[in-house]
Write a protein that binds this ligand. Structure first.
Ligand code: GN1
Ligand code: MG
Length: 366
């Protein structure tokens, strides 16, 4: 789909109930999937305007219905306990016609949110205290949705964290060799195929009922939570596109993947990339507290597997996209997906070396 012109974006703004004319419009580049703009209206209020990637999210209206239902539920809970309903969850801005999104003449699907002022989003954190708060917030998110009727949700991306399927898709990408890159990444491919059995850990435990199905966020990377710019308090969980039934371990794992790492997901210098057990521990403490004691014995025991499997899964996804010629993730340069895959593999290797220590630690918490 072609990039909209500035004038086209302004015309789209006019469709949404932004309370006044637009005085400023900026592109905001960070996500790997959707395209984001920051809109300021004459009232001074700011909004986030996004093009939802409909090659990936095939049912955009369904995705928005999910988000409206989930955020309404959370907001109701916040109101009941007198917490911050303004900044505590995302607020969808409807179109002037009252729809939860707008499809333009070229078929792009647009949606909008309130901009949460006074917050920052980070790719890495240094402080274990901050990361523990992030853990508590994501745990709390699951707790708040524990009484949400999951049958109201569509599955926005089927098999999203089906790591076995991700692995099979990866093997197919190796087989296709669409971009002719296989020979240059043999070592990475072998690293992954050596760990094929690990891809079954969470999927099989869910299938046999050892792990419960919950309503989960499924994309809990560090940059998907807004922190107060002054206090670093966790303020608002964003990017709810993939909220659907899943495992607590997915949410735990994706935060560990990004926050218990010493560098950003696309750090090209692997010497700077390390798994940080102390950050894992801080997050685990926060997460368990946030879930309010809801995690089962098996979930607790498998927290280290959550971090491990989701990091491996992400490596598989980045490398598969590299082999396919970068058709899924936005990339800024030709080897971007390979750089990303390599950081993930380094983290997998270092996590493996600490697994016993992590297991001992969570045993102590349980
Ligand atoms: C994508 O949407 P965004 O940029 O937060 C991806 C996640 C990956 C992540 C890797 C729908 O997340 O699954 O973990 O990139 N989202 C989708 O940074 O595929
Ligand atoms: Mg996203």
């Amino acid at each position: 789909m072609t990039k909209p012109t500035h004038e086209q974006v302004l015309a789209v703004c006019d469709r949404f109930a932004f309370g006044g004319a637009v005085t400023d419009l900026k592109v905001c580049g960070n996500g790997h999937i959707n395209s984001t703009y920051i809109v300021t209206s004459e009232s001074g209020k700011r909004y986030v305007l996004q093009i939802l990637n409909t090659a990936i999210f095939k049912d955009p209206v369904g995705v928005m219905n999910n988000i409206v239902a989930v955020t309404d539920h959370i907001r109701k809970g916040l109101a009941e306990t007198g917490e911050d309903t303004e900044r505590g969850t995302m607020k969808v801005i409807l179109t002037k016609e009252g729809a939860n999104g707008y499809t333009d003449d070229e078929g792009r699907f647009w949606r909008a949110y309130d901009f949460v002022e006074g917050t920052v989003c980070r790719l890495t954190v240094d402080s274990p205290e901050t990361f523990a708060r992030v853990g508590e917030a994501f745990g709390d998110f699951q707790r708040r949705l524990s009484d949400f009727d999951a049958s109201k949700l569509i599955e926005s991306i089927p098999n999203f964290h089906n790591t076995k399927k991700r692995y099979a898709d990866f093997l197919a990408a190796v087989e296709r060799n669409a971009a002719g890159r296989v020979d240059s990444v043999r070592e990475e491919i072998h690293f992954i195929t050596d760990r094929a059995d690990k891809c079954a850990l969470i999927v099989d435990a869910l299938a046999c009922g050892d792990l419960p199905l919950r309503v989960t966020h499924n994309d809990t990377k560090l940059s998907n939570i807004l922190l107060d710019e002054v206090t670093e308090e966790a303020v608002c969980i964003i990017d709810l596109d993939t909220v659907m039934p899943g495992s607590a371990l997915y949410d735990f794992g994706d935060s560990i993947r990004t926050g218990a790492a010493s560098a950003a997901e696309d750090e090209p210098d692997l010497d700077k990339v390390h798994f940080l057990p102390e950050m894992f521990k801080a997050y685990a403490r926060g997460f368990i507290k946030g879930t309010g004691g809801a995690l089962t014995e098996t979930e607790l025991q498998m927290l280290p597997d959550g971090g491990y499997v989701i990091t491996l899964e992400q490596a598989i996804r980045f490398l598969a996209d590299y082999l396919d010629g970068d058709t899924y993730y936005h990339t800024d340069y030709p080897d971007h997906n390979l750089v990303r895959a390599r950081t993930q593999l380094k983290l997998v290797a270092e996590t493996e070396a600490c697994m016993e220590e992590l297991r001992e630690f969570v045993k102590g918490l349980a």
